[in-house]
Ligand binder design. Sequence first.
Ligand SMILES: Nc1ncnc2c1ncn2[C@@H]1O[C@H](COP(=O)(O)OP(=O)(O)OP(=O)(O)O)[C@@H](O)[C@H]1O
Length: 299
Amino acid sequence: MSTSRPGGVSDTNSLAAVDDTSAAVVVRKAYKEYRSKSLFRRAAGNMVIRGLDMTVRRGTIYGLLGASGCGKTTLIRSIVGRDQLTSGVIRTLGGTPGAPGSGVPGPAVGYMPQELSLYSGFSIGETFRYFGWLTGVQNEELAERTSGLLEFLDLPPSHCMVGELSGGQQRRVSFAVALLHRPPLLILDEPTVGVDSVLRQRLWDHLLDISADGRTAVIITTHYIEEARQAHTLGLMRQGVLLAEDAPDRILERHRCGSIEQVFLKLSRAQAGATTHREADVTAPAVPAAGRVGDQRSE
Ligand SMILES: Nc1ncnc2c1ncn2[C@@H]1O[C@H](COP(=O)(O)OP(=O)(O)OP(=O)(O)O)[C@@H](O)[C@H]1O
């Protein structure tokens, strides 16, 4: 594992904070390295998460904003227990994700993965029935929530087959499935890709509504700065670390910038400077375009 630790959140480093009960998710000193499966490239590792700290409070929306390839999905998959860190600590709803009895993954978490994981041979109604059965939502409660979600998300009638829906409609079904059982932790990996601006705002309004109960935490990843700005806490992610983590207004104030794009640019340059100085194994930064952060895969 590389020993380079380019940046991170300095004021939340204490490992004692992992047992903070007001937090739905705590990540401390997280590192994740992918090892190549190729026989010819076995020595080459890819350090995707590099000493990352993150805290998600109950009753808040956490917007995880970063360029394509910065490690958002890898982090999310570790939080829901679908992937394991190389080192570091994660507490999701007080337990270790993936550990027996932790309940994660499980019904306590509503997870919308980036890749679609629906059954194309099911109708929309059967999909809701199946996931409702897995999470304990049945009968009148299921019928009521199904019709509410179909209407809210502008979906076709429940007899329509999932395999015959458009990609955007399938993403909305996947979003509905994550919401169906009203879990205390909702993790949405790029739910607004391919969603029109009216529905996108409706979706954000809904997330703000459900987190207002003071109990439900939402983590949402996105490339879009203007929508992430609505989150209570914003994590600005780049090359496997959080460059900043705070309320959007406090981030602007602290860095004396007029926009999140400017903060991103400023902190990206500082991170690149620090990295070059340490001659670490990361390359030059991408400059974020206005309104959307750039692609890091090709860096
Ligand atoms: N299973 C895997 N094996 C090897 N490398 C992987 C694997 N999954 C992701 N990566 C690499 O890890 C890096 C981060 O990928 P990740 O999907 O976490 O980024 P992201 O920020 O979610 O990107 P996007 O916004 O495009 O979804 C990329 O360089 C990717 O190629």
